[in-house]
Design a protein around this ligand. Structure first.
Ligand SMILES: Cc1cc2nc3c(=O)[nH]c(=O)nc-3n(C[C@H](O)[C@H](O)[C@H](O)COP(=O)(O)OP(=O)(O)OC[C@H]3O[C@@H](n4cnc5c(N)ncnc54)[C@H](O)[C@@H]3O)c2cc1C
Length: 342
């Protein structure tokens, strides 16, 4: 008995020592169109800091060097040690079929204990693929990091908040950007920028045909300070645009929509907020003709101040609203816009 304990104990102690001291995080940082660091990646780094591990950032695509320099010279992230860039234009499209083999290789060849991505469309499509190839269950939409293995995430469209402990040796996390304040401005002179080589080829027969981008002068929906959202009550595309645009203009707000608005052709689906759309948490959220279905609330209920305009006094949106205006939106919205303009 004593003999077996003597042989087993050093192994246990060694394993615990290894786990405590060799923890490190690989963070996938996304570039914006102009080569700056995407806002969701700044929140991702804020979350990664909470893991208290040394962080390696990985940046891909032809703008990778520019993004890495911008990160190094304009922001402060406590545990960031180095940035590895893979400057290959074929990664510009962020096809998950191209990115996944690269991340799997990095995770297999290095002792990273955590791999973190933001809950952007790229992050959401890459993480399950990486999880499947490494045989690890990812933890998605993390909103709180309690310690390096305990995470909080919403389930059932945000109706239940679950705290889970992840036993996997390599933990794969997607971070809900709106739940973490982006890292502060500053500079990180000691951070090394390394060029990565040997990008593994995609083993799937997928080719990029073309990019169709929705052009908008408005702030990006998920990071906007103010959001004006239109529901089904706006009836058609013309009314949606004519009634909500002036209000969004005076508030320098992004425009959002419910799924009913999108399904009825009132606006583009990139505007959809909710369980199957985008998650936002702006300072001000104005819901116009929105009933407040649970699936919609899942995407906006963390907004700081919620204003609801609805003619039904029993509409569920009033349960989460800080200010409720009960009445006809066709009268209230132009009046409100005019008053804000003054
Ligand atoms: C699996 C699943 C996922 C879903 N995901 C999403 C999602 O991501 N996002 C999402 O939004 N929905 C989602 N939905 C749909 C959701 O259940 C609702 O159907 C949808 O949110 C309703 O949109 P709405 O509020 O625009 O329309 P409605 O529910 O029809 O509400 C319209 C509101 O406008 C008010 N109104 C009408 N006329 C006026 C007027 N003249 N003045 C003032 N108020 C007026 C009405 O009182 C009503 O409250 C999902 C559903 C399912 C099943």
């Amino acid at each position: 008995m004593f003999k077996s304990l003597v042989t087993v104990l050093p192994k246990i102690v060694k394993k615990q020592f290894f786990q405590r001291n060799c923890a490190s995080t690989l963070a996938f940082i996304e570039s914006s169109k102009d080569g700056s660091v995407s806002r969701s990646s700044l929140s991702l780094l804020a979350a990664a800091q909470k893991l208290s591990n040394p962080i390696t950032a990985v940046i891909t695509g032809s703008q990778a060097e520019k993004t890495a320099q911008a990160l190094k010279s304009s922001y402060a992230c406590n545990n960031l040690e180095k940035v590895v860039i893979f400057e290959d234009p074929k990664l510009d499209t962020c096809l998950p079929e191209e990115l996944t083999p690269l991340f799997v290789k990095l995770l297999k060849n290095n002792d990273y204990s955590h791999f973190v991505v933001s809950n952007s469309s790229v992050g959401k499509s890459v993480l399950p693929r990486v999880g499947a190839l490494l045989d690890v269950q990812p933890v998605c939409e993390v909103t709180v990091i309690k310690d390096p293995k305990t995470f909080v995430r919403p389930i059932y469209a945000g109706n239940i908040i679950s705290t889970i402990e992840c036993p996997a040796e390599k933990k794969l996390l997607s971070i809900r950007a709106s739940a973490f304040t982006p890292i502060m401005e500053g500079s990180m002179e000691s951070v090394a920028i390394e060029k990565g080589t040997d990008i593994p080829p995609s083993d799937l027969d997928v080719i990029w045909v073309k990019t169709l981008l929705t052009k908008s002068e408005r702030p990006e929906l998920t990071s906007a300070e103010n959001v004006v959202t239109g529901g089904r009550a706006l009836k058609d595309k013309k009314t949606f645009e004519e009634l909500l645009s002036p209000l969004a203009d005076v508030l320098h707000a992004a425009m959002g929509a419910t799924r009913a608005s999108v399904d009825n052709g009132l606006c583009d689906n990139s505007l959809q907020i909710g369980q199957t759309g985008k998650v936002v948490a702006p300072n001000l959220y104005i819901a116009v003709g929105v009933s407040g279905a649970v699936q919609h609330l899942a995407g906006m209920k963390d907004s700081k101040v919620i204003v609801a305009i609805n003619n039904d006094p029993d509409a569920p949106i009033f349960n989460v609203a800080d200010y409720g205006l009960q009445g006809d939106l066709y009268k209230i919205v132009p009046e409100l816009t005019e008053k804000l303009r003054r």
